[in-house]
Write a protein that binds this ligand. Sequence first.
Ligand code: HEC
Length: 280
Amino acid sequence: MKANRLRFRGVAMAAAGVAAVAAVVGVSAVQAQDQSSTADEIAKYRQMLADGNPAELWEAAGEEMWKKPGGPKNASLEQCDLGKGPGVVKGAYAELPRYFADAGKVMDLEQRLAWCRVKLQGLTEAEAVATPFSSSGKRSDIERLVAYVTGQSRGMPVNVSLSHPEEKRVYALGQTMFFYRGGAYDFACATCHAVDGQRIRLQELPNLLKSDGARAAYTTWPGYRVSQGEVRTMQHRIYDCLRQQRFPEPAYGSDVITALTMFLARNANGGTYDGPNLKR
Ligand code: HEC
């Protein structure tokens, strides 16, 4: 993808942007106190659920789906090559995104799953990406498959390579996107995620440029979102932040999301993967 494809139509309004950032990061002493007690509450909640994250149900359902023959070819996904060879799920997520020679491009897990569903099971591309995110009464197979595959990397170090030129190019594209300002507030990812100790209302915003911040964030997605009662994937996390950034809605599985994911994942290299985790 060419860099100019990243040019969104949002009009840059620098003055409004600065005011909005000030409003976002301005925190009074009272708020700070509320925030720390809320953080304590969340920590307690996590502790409570530590032995039984509901995401385990998604992992189990995903494993069943992975092994069950389906699609026009009545094949399972067990021969899907997630980068470590056909059929190897263990540890695969910790090395994604990566370059796939058969597809001729760098893919994140969700793009790769769609690829396997098309190639192995014979689904159309549209069918392979249908219902990427659950909503009430409409459950997403993708969220379950992702929960299963990511869970199979738990405890392993994130180890994303930049040895292929395409991997380097996609990382650089992700970096460009991370700093790319636009939309009604003239925000970039960096506006909210490149400073230590920044918060919006009650939420701490990790500094995704530092390895400890990137590791803490990246290694804990996907996550079971207590507020939504669903497991949400990295695609959803970035989609949700682009929405907060007032950027155009990205297509599910788009290369822009893969590039951002590559940037975050590589910055988290060496961190111990701990997903699917639990999130507010
Ligand atoms: C307007 C501010 C804002 C912008 C701009 C923004 N985010 Fe976020 N981001 C948030 C908030 C708020 C959260 C949620 C924090 C929470 O709930 O703990 C978050 C959470 C995240 C997380 C998960 C952190 C964790 O520890 O679970 C990631 C990863 C992330 N954002 C990436 C991005 C990327 C990539 C971009 C640019 C495409 C971006 N964000 C743009 C506000 C923003």
